[in-house]
Design a protein around this ligand. Structure first.
Ligand SMILES: Cc1cc2nc3c(=O)[nH]c(=O)nc-3n(C[C@H](O)[C@H](O)[C@H](O)COP(=O)(O)OP(=O)(O)OC[C@H]3O[C@@H](n4cnc5c(N)ncnc54)[C@H](O)[C@@H]3O)c2cc1C
Ligand code: SF4
Length: 343
């Protein structure tokens, strides 16, 4: 990459970071996209299918990865992260570290986009649900891997699966007061995928509320309930107990006002979305704002800007679906381009 071309460092190679780097490259500026995993794709890479259109996430990742590869202005550095950063006259001097060969590289960049995504809360604090005790109680992300196993015929068919929504979200006592925004949708998707694979499996979704505000979202959830026959039970489960090698779920159906017990093989916890552990270190390194929970926050009236020459996109700001992450990546790129174009 020409030393005189203005360069932007994009940290995180999920959908938000890929889109941001692509737009910067397409505008004729240099983009250095660093991803600490060996491959691009982020959380999306772990998913087997995507709401609301049942797309294969691998198609989107390879489409974007090819576009990045074909763009001479973008350099993708996988297995790489940022070791340190110092302010320079026109941006930052950063040191990158290759995580496999431990080699490091210094470079000057005009701006940085943080696109490091979100994490899921460690829900072992909900001891009553047995996460970390019973192997078949798992997080939604772990469940994507289980679905993949079922699809490939590597795992035996379940007779019953129960999903618990709002685990850690909207819970001031043990978790977080906020709604994690995307779990109603991906839970419906996962419940539907189980029914597609095994129509005879009994699938329950225990919910306090369901929030499906997005284009086609309400219809998506309705279809899961009415066409795929997933049983939605309103109520918060009280306990998961082992029973003859399976799992007994005790709950209360708050609409009917009656206790409910179901026996299943797998319990899936739709865990709260939280900032990644190293978000604080990164925001400190670059001088970016965070909110009370540690998600990256924007400066007033600048949706994608969080500090001087520091921008952000996607799940590091809060829970967002893939389409939103792509849109935020494009928006952050637009703000960066506007800034470096005139400087
Ligand atoms: C269980 C589950 C199911 C989902 N299902 C759907 C669905 O069906 N449809 C849908 O639209 N959305 C779904 N989502 C949401 C989707 O995964 C996110 O919208 C999307 O991944 C957000 O993209 P992102 O680029 O912001 O973050 P991510 O995809 O998380 O990517 C961030 C990347 O940054 C990298 N990174 C982090 N820190 C550093 C660092 N310090 N240095 C270098 N690299 C770093 C990470 O390794 C990661 O690759 C689901 C999410 C979950 C948890
Ligand atoms: S999106 Fe749905 S499951 Fe997730 S916290 Fe909000 S209401 Fe609960």
């Amino acid at each position: 990459m020409d030393d005189h071309v203005k360069k932007v460092l994009v940290i995180g190679g999920g959908p938000a970071g890929m889109e941001a780097a692509l737009k910067i490259g397409q505008a004729g500026f240099g983009a250095i996209l660093v991803e600490r995993e060996p491959e691009l794709g982020g959380t999306l890479k772990k998913l087997v299918s995507s709401f609301p259109k049942w797309e294969d996430p691998a198609d989107l990742i390879s489409f974007k990865a090819h576009m990045l590869e074909d763009n001479g202005n973008v350099e993708c550095l996988t297995s790489t992260t940022v070791l340190s950063a110092e302010r320079s006259q026109k941006g930052f001097r950063v040191t990158l570290r290759h995580l496999k060969n431990r080699g490091s590289r210094e470079l000057d960049v005009d701006a940085v986009i943080l696109a490091t995504g979100f994490d899921l809360m460690d829900v072992s604090v909900y001891g009553e649900y047995g996460y970390g005790i019973y192997p078949n109680v798992m997080s939604s992300l772990e469940f994507e891997e289980r679905i993949r196993g079922w699809k490939e015929g590597a795992e035996p068919m379940p007779k019953g699966v129960a999903f618990f929504k709002c685990v850690g979200s909207r819970d001031r006592s043990k978790g977080f007061p906020y709604c994690s925004r995307i779990c109603c949708m991906y839970t419906a998707k996962q419940a539907g995928l189980v029914k597609d694979l095994f129509p005879g499996t009994k699938v329950y979704v225990f919910y306090m509320d369901y929030r499906a505000a997005g284009k086609g979202y309400e219809e998506f959830v309705r279809d899961i309930i009415e066409q795929k026959h997933v049983r939605y039970v309103r109520g918060r489960p009280a306990k998961v107990l082992p029973e003859n090698g399976r799992l007994l779920v005790r709950a209360e159906d708050t609409l009917m006002g009656i206790p409910v017990e179901v026996v299943v093989d797998t319990v899936v916890l739709a865990s709260a979305i939280v900032p990644r552990a190293d978000t604080q270190a990164l925001t400190k390194m670059f001088g970016a704002l965070t909110d009370e929970y540690g998600f990256i926050e924007s400066l007033p009236y600048t949706p994608a800007r969080s500090g001087e020459r520091v921008f952000f996109a996607g799940g590091c700001g809060f829970a967002v679906e893939t389409q939103g992450a792509l849109q935020q990546g494009a928006a952050a790129a637009a703000e960066v381009i506007a800034l470096i174009n005139k400087s």
